[in-house]
Design a protein. Structure first.
Length: 178
């Protein structure tokens, strides 16, 4: 998946400004896709150049003009082609797991602190996802709720896994340094 597909998907819901898209990324899809405003604006420029979106400039007094973006027919076709294409293989990058993998030289207390920090992060994810209101029983609402539920389940599973590791570390005999 590329950022352009996420933007096209969000614009398929309704026309939005770059700022609106940034809020949508933070409030509705953050549990599976991240983008900052600079990435969003660069991608919007490329989408407009490729004629996948139209941009309407709305003059505002005392503020910069508002640019509202909407899908073109070509943009809708690009989104549909991506949705119908075979799933991409996931190439995972997990900075936390890389740290944990190499953390033994820091000692058990530092490892437990790292695990505790990650647990707090997972708890925050659950709280943030619980704040997302998805109303309705139509297919789109059910699917949006399913992605939110996936994020909650992943965070809860990670908390359980962290608690198991912490328990295992506290139960084992400490190794002696040579």
């Amino acid at each position: 998946m590329e950022l352009k597909h996420a933007i096209l998907g969000l614009l398929s819901l309704k026309p939005m400004s770059g700022y609106d898209l940034g809020r949508a990324f933070k409030g509705s899809v953050a549990h599976f896709w991240h983008a900052d405003l600079s990435q969003i604006y660069r991608t919007l420029g490329r989408l407009e150049s490729a004629k996948l979106i139209d941009t309407e400039v709305i003059p505002q007094e005392g503020k910069p003009d508002r640019k509202v973006h909407s899908l073109t027919e070509a943009g809708a076709a690009e989104l549909r082609e991506w949705l119908e294409s075979p799933l991409e293989a996931e190439r995972v990058k997990e900075p936390f797991l890389a740290r944990l993998f190499f953390a033994a030289p820091l000692g058990e207390d530092a490892v437990l602190a790292l695990l505790s920090e990650r647990k707090r992060h997972a708890e925050e994810v659950i709280a943030e996802l619980s704040e997302i209101d998805i109303a309705g029983d139509d297919l789109a609402s059910v699917l949006r709720g399913a992605t939110r539920m996936n994020g909650v389940h992943h965070a809860k599973a990670e908390i359980e896994w962290i608690e198991q590791i912490a328990h295992h570390l506290s139960e084992r005999e400490p190794t002696k340094e040579p």
